[in-house]
Design a protein around this ligand. Structure first.
Ligand code: ASP
Length: 341
C-alpha cells in the first residue's frame, strides 16, 4: 500500500505519544515555557528530526557541548540515506548532489556554512570547521570541498567532468522546459538546541531543491535565511522552498519578531503572514519554520506544505503537527527522488 507522508507521520506521532507521557505537560506545548529542569530543549524539522534530536540529546548527556549536539544530531540524518539530506540526497540538473549546510553558536554570535559542496559526507562538520578554523563565515563549491578535504573530513570520489558532459548533452532539452518547484522534492534537517546553561545553538543541512541548476545555493547556508541564532532572544530554522525563504531573510525575521515579544509559534506565524502578504504566491509559499526562545518556549508554522516537527527534552520526545496558514498540501513520503522540477 502506498503510504503518504501524512499517514506515516500520524502513525509515528501516535507511537511516540503512546509510549511516553509528557511530564506534567511541562515544556510540552508550543508557547509553553519549559521548566528549567526540562532543559536541554531540542527542536528540529520533519519526522526524521526525531533521530537527530535523540542523538543530540545523547551527545549532551555524555558531556558533549551544544555545538557537538547540533553537529552529531545533524550528522545522524546526513548518514541515514535520507533522500534530501547528505550524499544520498537529491541531485541537481547535472546529476550531481550539491549540499548546503550551516551552523551557529549563540555565545559570540558565531556562524559557519558551506554551499554547493560536493562529495563531502558531512557538510555540517565542514560548516563547523569553517566557523572554528577560518576567519570566514561561508565557503562555496570547490573551495569548500578543498577545505573539507584539507580538514580530513570524510569524502567520496566525484567525477564532475563526466557528469558535466552528460549535463551538457541534456541541457538543451532542459532549457526548453521551465524549472518548476514541485512539493516533495526537497527537505532540510534544521536543529535548534537550548542548553541547560541557557545558551543557544543551531544547524541545518540539505541537498536542496531536486534538479536545481548547478551552483544554485538555497537558504540553508545563508545566515538569517535557513538558520538564525541570537543568544539574547532565540533561534529559528527553516525548511521548504529556499527561494521563498531567502527573499525575506526568513529566520532572521522570526527571531526579530520574538525579540519584539512574540512567543516562538506566533513569531513563526506572523513571519509567514507577512511574507505571504507581499508574495505573488500568497500563502502557497511551501515554507515552514521552527523556533525556540531563551525562555524555553518553542513553536512552528507552515505555509503551503503540511509539516511536522520534533521536540525533545530529557523527559519526552514527540512529533507535533505544525499550525499553518493557507492550505497545506501533503508532501508525499518517499516521492522525492523521482520527481523532476
Ligand atoms: N530549503 C531547502 C532549499 O531550498 C530545501 C528544503 O528545506 O525543503 O534548499
Amino acid at each position: 500500500m502506498k503510504t503518504s507522508r501524512r499517514t506515516f507521520v500520524a502513525r509515528s506521532a501516535l507511537g511516540v505519544a503512546g509510549g511516553i507521557t509528557l511530564a506534567s505537560g511541562r515544556g510540552a506545548e508550543p508557547g509553553t515555557p519549559t521548566n528549567t529542569a526540562t532543559r536541554p530543549l531540542i527542536v528540529s524539522t520533519w519526522p526524521f528530526g526525531r533521530a537527530a534530536n535523540a542523538t543530540a540529546l545523547k551527545t549532551l548527556q555524555s558531556g558533549g557541548s551544544l555545538l557537538d549536539a547540533v553537529e552529531q544530531g545533524i550528522r545522524e540524518v546526513e548518514s541515514s540515506r535520507n533522500p534530501s539530506v547528505g550524499l544520498s540526497g537529491l541531485p541537481n540538473a547535472a546529476g550531481v548532489v550539491q549540499l548546503d549546510a550551516s551552523i551557529m553558536f549563540g555565545p559570540g554570535h558565531k556562524a559557519g556554512s558551506v554551499a554547493a559542496i560536493e562529495g563531502i559526507r558531512h557538510p555540517i562538520s565542514a560548516a563547523r570547521r569553517v566557523m572554528e578554523q577560518t576567519p570566514h563565515v561561508m565557503l562555496a563549491g570547490e573551495g569548500a570541498r578543498m577545505f573539507a578535504l584539507e580538514q580530513g573530513l570524510e569524502s567520496v570520489e566525484i567525477d564532475s567532468a563526466a557528469r558535466n558532459e552528460a549535463w551538457l548533452r541534456k541541457r538543451a532539452a532542459e532549457r526548453a522546459a521551465a524549472q518548476h518547484h514541485t512539493a516533495g522534492n526537497h527537505d532540510t534537517i534544521a536543529l535548534l538546541v537550548l542548553g541547560a546553561d541557557g545558551n543557544l545553538a543551531g544547524g541545518c543541512s540539505t541537498s536542496g531543491w531536486a534538479g536545481k541548476l548547478p551552483g544554485r545555493v538555497g537558504d540553508s547556508p545563508i545566515v538569517g535565511s535557513g538558520l538564525y541564532v541570537d543568544n539574547e532572544v532565540g533561534a529559528a530554522g527553516a525548511t521548504g522552498l529556499g527561494e521563498n525563504i531567502m527573499r525575506y531573510c526568513g529566520t532572521f525575521l522570526v527571531v526579530e519578531l520574538m525579540r519584539q515579544g512574540l512567543p516562538p509559534q506566533e513569531a513563526c506565524l506572523e513571519a509567514l503572514r507577512r511574507m505571504s502578504r507581499q508574495d505573488p504566491k500568497g500563502t502557497a509559499l511551501a515554507v515552514s519554520f521552527v523556533a525556540l526562545d531563551k525562555h524555553g518556549r518553542f513553536g512552528s508554522a507552515s505555509a503551503g506544505q503540511a509539516f511536522q516537527f520534533a521536540v525533545t527534552t530529557t523527559e519526552d520526545s514527540r512529533l507535533l503537527d505544525s499550525p499553518g496558514i493557507g492550505s497545506l498540501p501533503v508532501v508525499p513520503e518517499g516521492g522525492n527522488r523521482n520527481i523532476r522540477p
